[in-house]
Design a protein around this ligand. Sequence first.
Ligand code: ARG
Length: 592
Amino acid sequence: MTVWFNPAHSIEQILRKIAAETDGFDSTFEPGVRPADPKFGDYQGNGVLGFAKKRGVNPRELAQRLINAALASEKFDPALVELSLAGPGFINFKLSPLFLWEWQLAYSTKADYRTGARALKDGRRIVIDYPSANTAKQAHIGHLRPMVIGQAIARLLDFCGAELIRDNHIGDWGTNFGTLIMKIKRDAVDLSTLEDHALVILNEVYKAGSAEEAAQPELRDISRNELVKLQNGDSENTVIWEQIVEISKAAFDKLFAQLGVEVDVTLGESFYRDKVDRVYKELVDIGLAEESDGALVVWHDEVKKFARDSERPYPFNIRKRDGASNYASTDLATILYRLETFKAEEVIYLTDARQQDHFQQLFLTTEKWFKAKGYSLPELRHVFWGTILGSDKRPFKTKSGESVKLQALLDEARSRAYAVVTEKNPDLPEAKRREIAEAVGIGAVKYADLSSNRTQDYVFSWERLLSFEGNTAPYLLYAVARINSIFRKVDLSPDAPIAGASLPETDSELALARKLMGFVTALELTLNDLRPHFLCTYLYELTSAYSTFYNSDKVMVDDAAVRARRLILCARTRTVLMTGLELLGIQPLETM
Ligand code: ARG
């Protein structure tokens, strides 16, 4: 028997096969193997219980029969895994120290984990829609989450074998362009001469334009007219629009570089402007969309939100009364494109929680539309999140009540991290301190965002996220650096094979070896729910298990075999921590 990378999966598959040839089972049997309460073993299969109940047979007897067949099959080496019957009909699996050790030896590098994890997504074609900001607006703290959570999920999917397309669905076709073009023309703003601060100036132009519209309502008609001209391909407005989009792109690219955001394609709302007519026609033809008050809408009775005094739920408005496309129509055209062109099997959208209604209606419409077309429906998932709060538990703002600009936040992270690093290590050369501060500061901001359950709001606190204690990036980064220093002391590379090790024996060695294997479960859990905080919690627990081990079991002992196995545990902890941090988009450091 080889050591399985993912025991829960392997045991599940093997049991299914064995059951197929065992009396009392049939092909519908699902073993239901999952990580177990460590008191009972490493994994537990609970599938026999329900299966036996439905058939009115004794679950314990049936489970015992399966255990006997499994043991007779020689698929389970008793030196590696122990099987036992438990409770009303569970099967417990306990891994022996030999298994735990063989696992450490078989899976030692990031590449090994990657090879093992590939099975989780196995070539699945996934489009991830992120960070998808609106153009012509300066990035603020609200843009942090799509970038940080999006890139962590993207890296994880890629690591687990998905064939991924990162599609930046920018909002480059909104009504704000009417106001912008109106004001740019009124003030004869020359966009081509704006340099570094172009987006800041555009922001101001937009604010001033909106304020003027409020004061002089007739300007609204002008703005609306500019928008219609743009939508009809007017060349002067198209040039202005292109400049605005370009300015935005350059500013966002700078942020992407600092945050490590990768994008494969940028196909924004404007890309779909000539693809919406087909959507209207198809939805009308199948009787899904209808005119209502001049707009084109789709009604879903499943939607449980009602306008006041109305018996029908809110409709999904897919074409405005003036005939213009909107967020819904471009999103429908986008799904069609992702299926037809990218052959997507799954599409993942990242936005804040306020867009849940939009995606509910979008997914319902797509389901019905594709069903009528006989198209296979990709799995559609909306990954959303809560708000970043200040210490007053209200949305995080600057002292003067404005939204915090993302660039300012990153700069502050760097300078605060620099102060912390300088305090801890005043003797390091300045350049080195800056380098560490970059990784610690940006990493800490990301980690704070990733380590809280994304659907909940969280309180942003510089003190907490830069602390070297607790579930923080500095704590994890420091653990990696400490392990590096052990290997420097013994003058070995942590990646070099270490021979002559004996099997782990002490409680803390065994606990650490188990925790290292738990990486697989953590990846799976994070993938299932697309919630990076599961991975963070795991890395934190791993670091704690490592600390317990390091404090109780001396590494540099005289016994060469014991020393070797402890060094191996140090090396594995380092590799899993580094791999996990990289998946989260955080750059581990050699020294700190
Ligand atoms: N641009 C949108 C916003 O800033 C997010 C777009 C999300 N993606 C999508 N296909 N709707 O709110």
